[in-house]
Design a protein around this ligand. Sequence first.
Ligand SMILES: Cc1cc2nc3c(=O)[nH]c(=O)nc-3n(C[C@H](O)[C@H](O)[C@H](O)COP(=O)(O)OP(=O)(O)OC[C@H]3O[C@@H](n4cnc5c(N)ncnc54)[C@H](O)[C@@H]3O)c2cc1C
Length: 405
Amino acid sequence: MSEPLVIIGNGMAAVRLVDELAKVALGRYAIAVIGDEPRLAYNRVLLSSVLAGEAASHDIELRPANWWRDRGVTLKYGCVATEIDVGRREIKIENEESIAFSRLVLATGSTPLRLKVPGADLAGVHTFRDSRDVDLLLALAAQKKRVVVVGGGLLGLEAAYGLAKAGAPATLVHLMDRLMERQLDAPAADLLKSLVERKGIKVLLDANTAHIHGQTRVEGVELADGRRIEADAVIFAAGILPNIALARDAGIPVNRGVVVDDVMQTGVRDIFALGECAEHRGVCYGLVEPAYEQARVLARHLAGGAASYGGSVVATNLKVSGVRVFSAGDFMGVEGSETILLNDTRGGTYRKLVIFDGRLVGAVLIGDVGDALWYLELIRGRQPIAEIRADMMFGRRLAISSQAA
Ligand SMILES: Cc1cc2nc3c(=O)[nH]c(=O)nc-3n(C[C@H](O)[C@H](O)[C@H](O)COP(=O)(O)OP(=O)(O)OC[C@H]3O[C@@H](n4cnc5c(N)ncnc54)[C@H](O)[C@@H]3O)c2cc1C
């Protein structure tokens, strides 16, 4: 008989895990997936495209209902898992009967961080995480509401871009002195800022949100330095927190995320975690690629095979507010590293390659990112670059052809 395997969370990591399990352990498990969102799993990354009017909400579904049926998965969506009873090996589901497991996977993702500032609970304060949020943001844009987006990382930029494109006057406020500071150096961030501003988004840097004003609804935002912005709505896009409450309350060890080992097992035997809720070797990833690598390893482990996750070298390769952005590795450089740079502010292109010990160790590209994956391969492969060094700034084709000549 198939063993009952329950996955809590019906997001991107869960779908990939079921996909991988179907390849390597078909029939071994009777899988049930419990998801609290009231729809089939969808590609969360594409919510930005839905907000920007470049995709329809139903187009971003990851798999149709019959895909789940064909794999014999019991899919419970619109259902909240409220408790894990580790001793009885049961999951309690709100307003439903409990469900038994022999193996359990937590794939509960993250929750957007809400800044603890006065006014954060006023009507008109929103986040950008799921398709219900997108519906709300689209309604704001349709009414041309003035929106302040708090956070100049990927999510904040995407929210501001989508809102501005849909016709809402958008101001982006960011605590730091440059946008996407974890992915970009100062010149690249400056270029991104100017490209974003050309799309009609007002960007305020060194902007510490101190107060959201309003009686019952948002009327404005006040920054710590006294600047005030009139607004009808505020979107928090200032970070995420892994959803760990279920695990913590069940006595499963947690830190920032649910702590897992190299096969994604938590501190409790047969209970696993992956995706944004998991913390591996002290790292909680906020991107989809690590979740997919973890799903591959976990599926192989659950199939009885040997597999191990050693962590992910993350790269950012995105379209941010309509601008192509890539960054990977040690793009800031270390002592003794060398930098090759091309900066065409007017043309909207920036290219920075960081070399250390005869190898490419980091890269940042804005605008033309056609060679991004090649640079990523060079960084991940730690290949010596002496032979291609003179041409590699100009892309793979030229570098490889001069190497061959
Ligand atoms: C707008 C947006 C744009 C993004 N763009 C990118 C990008 O360009 N590149 C990139 O790499 N990443 C991007 N990300 C991040 C990426 O979407 C996440 O890394 C990925 O979705 C993580 O997958 P996950 O399965 O761990 O979590 P999720 O996809 O969040 O899935 C977790 C699911 O579990 C559900 N859940 C939680 N608790 C319970 C419970 N108790 N009971 C039942 N269900 C529960 C949640 O509601 C959710 O549906 C973006 C995210 C957003 C919001």
